[in-house]
Design a protein around this ligand. Sequence first.
Ligand SMILES: Nc1nc2c(ncn2[C@@H]2O[C@H](COP(=O)(O)OP(=O)(O)OP(=O)(O)O)[C@@H](O)[C@H]2O)c(=O)[nH]1
Ligand SMILES: [Mg+2]
Length: 196
Amino acid sequence: MDSKHVSGEKTLLHDKVQIAAKILVVGHFAVGKTTFIGTLSEIPPLRTEETMTQAAAHIDDLKGTTGKTTTTVAMDFGRLTLNERLVLYLFGTPGQQRFVQVWEDMTRGALGALVLVDPQRLKESFAVMDLVEKYGVPYAIAVNHFDGTLARSEEELREALDLLPETPVVTCDARDEKSSANALVALVRYLQSRTR
Ligand SMILES: Nc1nc2c(ncn2[C@@H]2O[C@H](COP(=O)(O)OP(=O)(O)OP(=O)(O)O)[C@@H](O)[C@H]2O)c(=O)[nH]1
Ligand SMILES: [Mg+2]
């Protein structure tokens, strides 16, 4: 990425300009945000996990989340050096509408967002899509493949989420380093293409 095209913070490191870019990893409840950042972060990720209680079961739908006992209450944070010139700071941001205040803060200075989507719970992504649109954050979609998820064509997904033709759609497994990195690279390429 050409430094003059990026508005991230720049530092001189070993005579090279290194760009630090803030990237949001967003998505609905239990879509895999914490897992994704944990898979990719080269530093121990900062997490804000709290145990879920039955009292909250009516707020966050636990269907299809077998074995999940904790949830992120504020944010996740991790760092990934993509290459010698570009470091990504990853901020995991909850997608439920009640976190709109968190979005207000998190979107400040963010270059882009990777929106994690579970194709079996597409409707749950609508609130997140509203938030990325509302805050004008450029984004790519990463379809997180849970075991046994039905294949859904890219066209179906684009239509359901009302995506622009240029919005990248990639698939990933948030537990897998290579596929998660590929999803981020797709987002970074898209962000680069928009600044040309
Ligand atoms: N099979 C499968 N399971 C996954 C994948 N990604 C995450 N999981 C599991 O799904 C559950 C939810 O993942 P989290 O990373 O906690 O999701 P989250 O989006 O951070 O959840 P909240 O912060 O509560 O909204 C965990 O039990 C993960 O192990 C995936 O790609 N495939
Ligand atoms: Mg989480």
